[in-house]
Design a protein around this ligand. Structure first.
Ligand code: NAP
Length: 302
């Protein structure tokens, strides 16, 4: 069984940043990632608030970061972790391919898209129902699509869809957006229509999305609108199953509780990035990853 000082589970911005720090401080480290490196970061169409870049796509920043990580730290993509167990103060990590031993663990498992849980959503998934504008948006150029949500992601993705030639309308369940002011202004500038106080009650279609059933929450009026696509961006939920099984303490929403050095309630277990909740920002994820790696280093020296 291969043995490492630190194993990092999850290679989004937090896990990759932890990998850079862990590798450069000389700790033997492995990063395990169930999909391609990047996590939800791959879906960010454009970022304007990451220092050093006036504007950069999530995918480009991940590619750059990955190159930097690989200089010091191995990264196993598409190697899903199946279980993590305590073993006399260290850990046994079982993946779909192998088994590893680690003295310290960093959970940077991130979060996944929340669903609407309405009829037709799962049936028409990939046939007009989408959760990632960057990935699927180009298939809908020139078509009528709706973006559901009122947060930063929904606003950014609606702007992205408009820019690539989709006829996009935003649907939000309240009468004001949660998205930051500058994004609200961009929505106005781009003349993106917003349907307020409205939820999607059903996605209809035989083979592909054809109609959305909408309900205005103020008037209770139900309407049916023709649609070729629906993009759902209504927040996310933490991917916490492995941590939970290990006994890592979670808050009431399922996010891992850490101290300011990213330590959890279990010695030599740390968490970083979206899995810790709070401000889900790229720069915050990277900072937490760096802090987790430094705290792990400090603890392993003792
Ligand atoms: P979010 O901020 O949690 O917003 C989710 C939106 O979906 C809210 O407007 C919410 O409505 C709506 N919603 C939730 N459940 C719904 C349902 N069942 N039906 C209809 N609408 C529903 O999520 P997010 O936009 O995905 O962002 C996640 C995190 O990443 C946030 O912390 C965000 O700030 C961060 N982020 C930051 C940037 C950036 O560039 N700064 C970009 C993207 C994401 P209500 O408003 O009524 O609750």
């Amino acid at each position: 069984m291969e043995s490492y000082d630190i194993i990092i589970i999850g290679a989004g911005p937090a896990g990759l940043a932890a990998g850079i720090y862990a590798g450069r401080q000389g700790t033997s480290t492995l990063i395990l990632e169930k999909g391609p490196a990047g996590g939800l970061g791959l879906e960010v169409p454009m970022m304007e608030n990451y220092p050093g870049y006036e504007m950069i796509a999530g995918m480009s920043l991940i590619n750059e970061t990955k190159k930097q990580v690989l200089k010091t730290t191995p990264l196993h993509e598409r190697e899903e972790v199946e279980s993590v167990k305590s073993d006399n103060g260290s850990f046994i990590i079982k993946t779909i391919n192998d088994q590893y031993h680690a003295r310290a663990l960093i959970f940077s498992t991130g979060s996944k898209h929340r669903t609407l849980d309405v009829p037709g959503e799962i049936k028409l998934l990939g046939r007009g129902v989408c959760y990632c504008a960057t990935c699927d948006g180009p298939l809908f150029a020139g078509k009528k699509v709706y973006m559901v949500g009122g947060g930063n992601s929904a606003a950014q993705e609606a702007i992205f869809l408009k820019n690539i030639g989709c006829d996009v309308t935003l649907i939000h369940r309240r009468d004001e957006l949660r998205a930051e002011k500058y994004l609200q202004e961009m929505l106005k500038e781009k003349k993106i229509d917003i349907i307020w106080d409205t939820v999607v009650e059903e996605v209809k279609g035989d083979q592909f999305v054809e109609f959305l059933v909408l309900k205005n929450l103020k008037t209770s009026i139900v309407t049916e609108v023709p649609a070729q696509g629906i993009f759902i961006s209504v927040g996310d939920t933490p991917i916490n199953q492995l941590a939970k099984k290990l006994g890592v303490k979670l808050d009431e929403q399922g996010y891992i509780i850490t101290d300011k050095s990213q330590r959890t309630n279990i010695p030599q277990v740390y968490a970083a990035g979206d899995i810790t909740g709070g401000y889900k920002q790229w720069i915050v994820a990277c900072s937490e990853g760096a802090v987790a790696a430094m705290a792990a280093y400090e603890d392993l020296q003792k």
